[in-house]
Design a protein around this ligand. Structure first.
Ligand code: FUB
Ligand code: ZN
Length: 689
């Protein structure tokens, strides 16, 4: 069994993951550099915060090793398990021994806290023992076990250490005996254990863990949870999963549940599960996802909103929701082999998830709105600036574990091909049955759309390479011209597409085979593009957003000339933005070329005093003049426009908030008076910075 997250046992999936260690992300690429920052800054920061926030003391106090009061939410134990999982994948990535002693300490502590029945949950054990398994809708006991299992499996796969796995299995066995086929019916208020139990089955081969996952999934939506004022949808208990074709309720709960349901499909192949999941995926991504890859438009109940309810300023957009969706989309990508799911992963990574952490890797957003108003007040989970930790600290360690496992999502195996799903500087070692050698991917993507691929070695007969063609691009091009994607969104590389074979490297030749080197250069068009939303998205009707490749841009107050308020700026989408390279974008790694700053033509909207006014007053002067049979002189038009015109700089949304705290927006009102008749030479880059 290869090491890595979500490795199915059954042969139902179209794609199979590679061993996480087979893909090495280079630090010359954006994702590899992010992994380095994760290792050097984010993981150590999370480790320190486990102490500072009281999570470890919560464990110690259960066994009399601390006098501290319990601190944090009831599910604070899960912070520890997520950080352990991050450390595990980091061990797989870099082989680090830095955390060995820390792991000995914390796993030893968890072992001491585990009681004779196998139970470990510090809030119950240390604060409210009478609630053990008594309020499954709130206590998060199984959710915590889910994170413990994921950490334990990761640690065993990545470092070959099974001490946490033994603890996790004892706890899982307790849950199985109590809530399994012979026990009472019960599901956790917060899904998570389902996906973890499937993973435990995959790792141990013990089918009863899969049976338990299936039982919990089958019981969801049957009204087992006393849902109270939040209602059944909050808990996804409103409909059985095979009928749940829309994404509803608490966003993270829904998306974690979906990971478990798709995992179950990947092991059982039950069509009804996949049918409902695909329908729900479409609902979530075509009606409820922000352009940045975020989910959750309501602060209230941390919920998905209704279809098309996507306010920018009040977006809840919890980091964990994007991470959960990335995990879900990866599983659906495995199940279907369709590139669109990798497109979604890319959107989430480079935008919502990138924005959630600052340039130092130690400060985080929990909520990732697409607009910060200048007078926006701080809210607990939605401060104006990133915070080093949160009372509810689910997001930062989730980022740490995701980034540590990133190489898993870079490529996958089909029956007769290696598919490259994400572009970043990396080396992919071919598994034995696929060939012999390494595929080198060299690219500064997403700064550039050029990707160089070299196959050093040989693919086994009948095998080929396939590349995802992002849907935002106009297809891939090579020196030979356009390379159209197949229906699944991948383009197949044949040796004929490659530059002629050149002399191989100096590695010893495999017996009976000549070493070969094949090279391809493909390019994706990353020309900046204006995007508008579906007309039913009332919140941004009449607005445009700027994208370049997978990167969504935003404008920050910090880039505007003095006296110009961001909320008065409109963009003119009839003018192509220009690229300004060589500018250091705050928040981007120094060593990696960043996407350019984009210069956008726009205008300053007239300030208005009245909150409301007669719509009839709001007429286009051009239309007025035409109606009156008059015409504007060119001079008058030019004068009016000259006073209103300005150029603003846009930066990647993922990098915002790395300077002073100030207004920001992704969606800009489209200028009422398009400036398309201006000489493009008039649109000059802003030089005020
Ligand atoms: O309930 C555990 C976590 O806390 C959820 O996943 C987040 O949305 C936050 O509510
Ligand atoms: Zn979170």
């Amino acid at each position: 069994m290869p090491a890595g997250p979500a490795i199915p046992r059954a042969r139902i999936a179209v794609l199979r993951p590679l061993d996480v260690r087979a893909v090495r992300l280079g630090t010359a690429g954006a994702l590899g550099a992010w992994q380095e920052r994760n290792a050097d800054a984010t993981i150590p920061h999370c480790v320190a915060q486990l102490e500072a926030s009281g999570v470890l003391d919560n464990f110690r106090r259960v066994v009399g090793e601390s006098d501290a009061e319990y601190r944090g939410f009831v599910f604070a134990d899960s912070d520890l398990y997520k950080v352990i999982e991050a450390v595990a994948w980091e061990i797989a990535r870099s082989g680090t021994r830095r955390w060995d002693t820390w792991l000995d300490d914390v796993i030893g502590l968890v072992a001491r806290v585990q009681d004779a029945t196998g139970y470990v949950m510090t809030w119950i054990q240390g604060v409210r023992p009478e609630k053990r398994f008594a309020e499954l809708e709130w206590t998060h006991e199984m959710y915590i076990l889910g994170h413990m299992i994921q950490a334990a499996v990761a640690l065993d796969r990545a470092a070959g250490r099974d001490d946490l796995l033994r603890i996790a299995r004892r706890f899982a066995d307790l849950i199985d005996s109590r809530f399994g086929p012979e026990g009472q019916k019960g599901v956790c208020g917060h899904p998570e254990i389902e996906t973890a139990l499937v993973e435990l089955y995959r790792h141990t081969g013990e089918r009863r863990y899969l049976t338990l996952a299936q039982r919990m999934i089958d019981l969801r939506g049957t009204g087992l949870l006393p849902v109270g004022r939040l209602g059944a949808r909050y808990f996804q208990d409103h409909a059985p999963v095979r009928e749940a074709t829309t994404a509803v309720g608490h966003a993270v709960r829904q998306l974690y549940l979906n990971c478990g349901v798709t995992d179950l499909y990947l092991e059982t192949g039950e069509p009804a599960l996949m049918k409902a999941q695909l329908a729900q995926w479409v609902n979530a991504h075509k009606r409820k996802q922000y352009i940045t890859g975020a989910f959750g438009s309501r602060h209230r109940d941390e919920a998905f909103g209704d279809d098309y309810e996507l306010p920018s300023d009040r977006a809840y957009a919890e980091t964990c929701a994007s991470i959960a969706d990335l995990h879900w989309s990866w599983r659906i990508l495995l199940a279907t082999g369709d590139a669109r799911y990798a497109d979604t992963i890319e959107r989430e990574l480079y935008n919502a998830i990138a924005a959630s952490v600052d340039a130092t890797g130690t400060r985080f957003f929990y909520s990732n709105p697409l607009q910060l108003r200048p007078d926006r007040y701080d809210e607990e989970n939605a401060p104006r600036e990133r915070a080093e930790w949160y009372a509810c600290a689910c997001c930062p360690p989730n980022v740490a574990r995701l980034i540590a496992q990133l190489s898993s999502y870079t490529a996958a195996l089909g029956d007769d091909e290696l598919r490259i799903c994400q572009y970043t500087d990396c080396d992919i070692e071919l598994p034995q049955h696929v060939g012999d050698g390494v595929v080198h991917v060299r690219s500064t993507y997403p700064a550039s759309g050029v990707v160089d691929i070299t196959l050093n070695g040989r693919l086994a007969p009948g095998f080929r390479l396939a590349l995802r063609v992002p849907r935002w691009s106009n297809g891939a091009t090579s020196d030979d011209g356009r390379m159209p994607a197949d229906a699944d969104g991948f383009v197949r590389l044949q040796p004929g597409h490659a530059a002629p074979p050149v002399a191989g490297d100096q590695r010893p030749e495999p017996a009976g085979q000549a070493d070969e080197q094949w090279r391809w250069r493909v390019e994706f068009d990353v020309k900046p593009r204006w995007t508008r939303a579906h007309p039913r998205v009332d919140a941004v009707r009449g607005c445009v957003a700027l994208e370049r490749g997978p990167v969504v841009y935003c404008v920050e107050q910090a880039d505007l000339p003095p006296g110009v308020d961001l909320d008065d700026v409109a963009a003119d989408p009839s003018v192509a933005p220009s690229e300004r390279t060589g500018v250091r974008i705050p928040g981007s790694a120094d060593a990696v070329p960043a996407p350019p700053v984009l210069e956008v033509a726009g205008e300053l909207m007239e300030p208005e005093n009245e909150l409301y006014r007669a719509a009839a007053d709001d007429v286009d002067p051009d239309a007025d003049a035409d109606a009156a049979g008059a015409s504007h002189t060119d001079d008058a038009m030019a004068a009016r426009r000259a006073t209103r015109r300005l150029t603003v700089s846009a930066i990647p949304f993922g990098s915002w908030g790395n300077r002073t705290s100030g207004a920001m927006r992704v969606w800009l009102p489209a200028a009422r008076y398009p400036l398309h008749d201006l000489d493009p030479g008039d649109v000059k880059p802003d030089t005020t910075d």
